[in-house]
Design a protein around this ligand. Structure first.
Ligand code: SF4
Length: 1011
């Protein structure tokens, strides 16, 4: 029985209801209580995790044939020991993400956003960071296969060409089934292919539903997805739109959303986020107001808001509107939108076309559409037009057995298609071939020819951004697998086998790109394009006339138990499922790693008679999946949320046996909310969740300060409430700005019997703004990539052995009606001035540097782990096993050579990217500076953070961004342990004097009007 106070923060229910058990209902045995004997190496598991069994002997750091251009003005040639940087672009479906790729001795070792690219703004996401590891995936397909035997690229191309000719001669259709993309040259290539060889058509098969283009066509006459600019909106209403989590443009949305989430007492302004949803999403967790509704209510709630807005604006309602809901969500949201200067509604693109259209009608009526408004109709995803008609006709052709040959180009329908389509593809096609990076389900099951394709960092391409920015995808390294070929080059090869004049003047895709881009024909223009990574061209779009509103479809969602299918926060649709960085990244909401779970609230679980970890079988008319129950606060009643991207059966060692495939229970044209039947299967599963791991304080133990939970919340989150409201911040304007009388050379010295150390040079410090942090976890993977942090696998994560140097602590507070307030807090080594870890190390392996760093000397560490036990923040990680031992080529090519690879028995933790600090100091010295200039050094987490929530630098420089951030006035003057007006240190009462300052979270809870 719960003894929980409604306003108490917690990390998971077990912590407050039965604090002596963990998330899996097992007794806590402590983070380090297990002996090494019970963690004996299971070589098979270990090899699976690291995917290192097959070395690519032929892999090397060859440079691509065509000249690359470095992104920076200095050295473009290779100097051993120094990095080179190149621009490129990642096509996240049809969203272009501009990149800068860091290479060492020809190897790409780090990916970050290109600051000149308007979609990435120099920032990135966990998913984008993870694409680096996929480059070095040892499970990538090695060589072409024809009829079960190894072959050559030419033989594979010739075999496919002959099959195509045979199909055409027999009067059958030939289809190239491709994935979504935003490459103008690829569009041109596909057009030319179907023009020069009649009988061939190219069909795009998205792995995720988007009904937005149909809706935009009906409302604006634009058959495309439109990308709003959230920095221009003061009230944002998300209707099941997870724009901070799984959206294609999550980096851009997070950056623009959080640009107006960093208020100060002097400037107390910020936007308001209202979330209306059924599951608990990252966007919902960041909302100022959240309404949990049933999936069957989306259209009626939108119709309700539409009715209220239209009535206030004196507009007549469109015909066919469902009966509008009239509830709290509708009344309060409508009133807030009508009072906003620039209010905007964002509807999940997976919801019905009708729901999406209602959202855009509301935006139009609010006057939020146009130049300089949140919705600029020229900001549309390239090549994002509706494909449902072509997919329907493709399915009809399959049913009629009209298709002779299918070439799957980076598509995997055997995994992600519905049951009927899979059957049709298997039974009604004469010949199939796959072009793919991995030997995935489709290649293995359906195809007699499979061809290894290149990773995007190995091949030329191009991409158009939503605002018209044009980027070239530079291959940063020649294909690691010499048999691999880019999909586009292979298509040209096949076409030339059929008709030698098909692409006679452009024998490669590189030639095709150069021919298409006549604006960059000159050497200097081309090189400048490559150097910058993006050039803005005027958008050549024109709006057509709005049409088809009456034909827009709704999804019918019946009542009862409903399954909500969502993309995964880490592996999305499963295309990166063989990536151990992403598999081991805790889901930002559930903190589950290595697999999907059935998320539901306590009431739903109780109604099913199920408990945490109990496996249930969920059945629809299309199939069934079995998943363990995961009790999740914030979910609507009778809703079970399941992520896509898991349950892969082919394509690598890492993905095998991880989770269940939610695609397999979907039906065509039924959307992502489906009625299900749930039944017990009589077993339970241990879920590898990090939710209760490395907790700063355990609720089953008395607090070291013998204080209450409110005090603990204040110790951790800065204020008793866990956040302050914008109104209280505004009220603090002009209030007393208490100064502690220190100069910038001092960390506060609350209590000390010795004089503080006087830092005369650099004094490295960090500030983290909890108001901006969305919990996205990009920083976690960026840190992993930069610092050679290993993955450990499901078994060891379940035993608290994960090695991440940053964890994102996520605190919930749930009121009696189930409303959840969430605060995310990135937690990493605090580089304490009075570091408790340093005092207890018997061999002085962890010591303090003259620049304020808490350093680890790995080869002194003897593994006593006293430091870990004495760390109040629980941020140290011990190598219980030699996680890197069997990592072989090419996975080891992802290592950053500037960072030691740690061995078994060694403690490790965040270093503030000391390798970057040393490099910056050397550059400063070269330029004649005695200090690193502010902004010349960024940590990996700071660089990746799409929210700009992390500030780092020399706090001895009062003009530095970190010093200013630490002085930011957040107005929580009543806070007992405050350092400076709302900036606070976690557990400051311990007097360990951390170097990381946190800025207390601000929520705009005052903007929702009373109705
Ligand atoms: S600090 Fe980390 S979790 Fe928070 S927004 Fe930035 S990258 Fe995401």
């Amino acid at each position: 029985m719960s003894n929980r106070d409604d306003s108490q923060y917690f990390r998971h229910y077990g912590e407050i209801e039965n604090p002596t058990v963990d998330m899996n209902g097992q007794e806590f045995n402590g983070d380090s209580g297990s002996t090494l004997f019970d963690t004996g190496v299971n070589r098979r598991t270990f090899m699976t995790v690291l995917s290192a069994s097959m070395a690519m002997a032929a892999a090397s750091c060859r440079r691509p044939e065509h000249k690359l251009v470095a992104s920076t003005n200095p050295t473009e040639y290779l100097i051993p020991g120094l990095p080179n940087y190149y621009t490129s672009v990642y096509q996240h479906k049809n969203a272009a993400i501009g990149l800068v790729v860091k290479t060492r001795e020809g190897r790409p070792i780090k990916i970050d956003g290109n600051p000149k690219h308007t979609a990435s703004l120099g920032r990135s996401s966990a998913f984008v960071q993870g694409t680096l590891l996929s480059l070095y995936d040892p499970d990538r397909i090695r060589r072409p296969r024809v009829n079960g035997g190894d072959s050559s690229i030419n033989n594979a191309a010739n075999t496919i060409a002959q099959a195509i000719q045979k199909s055409i001669a027999a009067g059958k259709k030939v289809v190239f089934l491709i994935d979504e993309h935003c490459s103008p040259a690829y569009v041109g290539l596909c057009n030319q292919l179907s023009t020069v060889i009649s009988g061939i058509s190219v069909v795009t098969m998205p792995s995720l539903i988007s009904n937005a283009p149909l809706a935009n066509n009906a409302v604006f006459g634009i058959n495309a997805e439109i990308v709003p600019d959230l920095s221009k909106a003061d009230i944002i209403v998300s209707v099941d739109n997870d724009f901070l989590g799984t959206d294609k443009h999550t980096v851009y949305h997070t950056a623009s959303f959080t640009s107006n989430r960093k208020p100060t007492a002097e400037s107390p302004t910020m936007n308001t986020l209202i979330s209306i949803e059924s599951s608990f999403s990252l966007t919902g967790a960041n909302a100022d107001h959240r309404f949990a509704i049933s999936p069957s209510e989306y259209e009626s709630v939108l119709a309700g808001i539409l009715s209220q807005v239209y009535s206030a604006k004196g507009l007549s309602l469109p015909s066919g509107l469902p009966s509008p809901a009239s509830n709290d969500a509708v009344a309060k949201t409508s009133k807030a939108l009508l009072s906003a200067k620039n209010g905007i509604v964002m509807v999940g693109t997976h919801l019905s076309a009708k729901a999406n259209a209602y959202g855009q009608l509301i935006n139009q009526a609010l006057g939020s559409v146009g130049e300089g408004k949140p919705i600029n109709l020229n900001h549309r995803l390239y090549n994002s037009g509706d494909v449902s008609a072509s997919l329907s006709s493709f399915r009809a052709s399959l049913k009629d057995k009209e298709i002779g040959t299918i070439v799957y180009v980076e598509t995997n329908p055997e995994y992600c298609a519905d049951t009927e389509l899979k059957r049709l593809l298997s039974e009604n096609v004469d010949f199939s071939a796959a072009l793919s990076v991995a030997d995935h389900e489709t290649a293995q099951t359906l195809c007699s020819v499979s061809v290894p394709t290149t990773h995007y960092l190995e091949s030329w391409g191009d991409a158009l951004n939503f605002d018209g920015g044009y980027s070239v995808q530079q291959p940063i390294i020649a294909p690691l697998n010499q048999s691999a070929i880019s999909a586009q080059d292979f298509i040209i090869l096949v076409a030339n086998f059929i008709n030698a004049s098909s692409f006679a003047d452009t024998p490669t895709f590189y030639d095709f790109i150069r021919k298409m881009q006549s604006d960059y024909a000159s050497k200097s223009a081309w090189e400048q394009l490559l150097r910058d990574g993006v050039t803005v061209k005027a958008n050549a779009y024109e709006a057509g006339s709005a049409s088809g509103f009456d034909q827009l479809q709704s999804y019918s969602v019946s009542g009862g138990l409903t399954l909500a299918i969502t993309p995964s926060y880490t592996v999305l649709d499963g295309t990166q499922a063989n990536n151990s960085w992403l598999q081991e990244l805790p889901d930002p909401i559930t903190k589950v790693t290595w697999g999907n779970v059935a998320m539901m609230n306590k009431q739903t679980a109780e109604s099913l008679g199920a408990v945490q970890g109990e496996v249930l079988r969920f059945s629809t008319s299309s199939g069934s999946i079995e998943l363990p129950v995961f009790i999740q606060p914030g979910m609507s009643n009778n809703v079970v949320a399941v992520s896509l991207g898991y349950g892969r059966t082919a394509g690598g060692n890492v993905l095998t046996g991880v989770g269940a495939n939610a695609y397999s229970i979907l039906s065509p044209n039924a959307g992502y909310y489906v009625s299900v039947k749930a039944e017990k299967v009589g077993r339970s599963e241990k879920i590898a969740t990090t939710q209760g791991h490395h907790a700063i304080e355990r609720y089953d133990k008395p607090s070291p300060f013998d204080n209450e939970w409110k005090e603990r919340t204040k110790d951790i989150l800065g204020v008793e409430e866990g956040y302050i409201t914008l109104a209280s911040l505004a009220a603090a304007k002009g209030g007393s700005h208490e100064e502690h009388g220190h100069d910038a050379h001092h960390i506060s010295d609350t209590l000390s019997i010795v004089d503080g150390f006087q830092y005369s040079g650099h004094r490295w410090a960090m500030a983290i703004d909890l108001s901006a942090c969305t919990g996205c976890s990009a920083c976690v993977v960026a840190c992993q990539a930069e610092n050679n942090i290993p993955t450990v696998g499901k078994k060891y994560v379940a035993n608290s052995r994960e090695m991440h140097w940053i964890r994102i602590d996520r605190y919930y507070r749930e009121d009696a009606s189930g409303n959840v307030t969430t605060v995310f807090q990135p937690m990493l080594c605090q580089h304490c001035e009075n570091a408790p870890c340093e005092n207890v190390c018997p061999v002085a392996a962890t010591t303090h540097s003259p620049e304020g760093l808490n350093e680890m000397t790995y080869n002194r560490c003897v593994g006593t782990r006293y430091c870990l036990n004495n760390c109040p923040y629980k941020v140290r990680r011990f190598n219980f096993l030699n996680w890197h031992k069997d990592k072989k080529t090419p996975l080891d090519m992802a290592f950053n050579p500037d960072v030691s690879v740690r061995m078994r028995g060694v403690m490790e933790k965040c270093t503030f990217c000391v390798q970057r600090l040393n490099e910056a100091k050397m550059h400063a010295k070269d330029q004649g500076h005695s200090r690193v200039q502010d902004g010349d050094v960024v940590t990996a987490c700071q660089q990746a953070c799409p929210a700009g929530a992390i500030f780092f630098g020399n706090v001895n420089d009062p003009k530095s961004a970190v010093a200013k951030a630490a002085n930011m006035n957040r107005g929580n003057h009543s806070q007992e342990y405050k350092e400076k007006n709302g900036a606070y240190k976690v557990l400051s009462e311990l007097n360990v004097r951390p170097s990381i300052t946190y800025l207390v979270k601000v929520r705009n809870t005052d903007q929702l009007p009373k109705v």
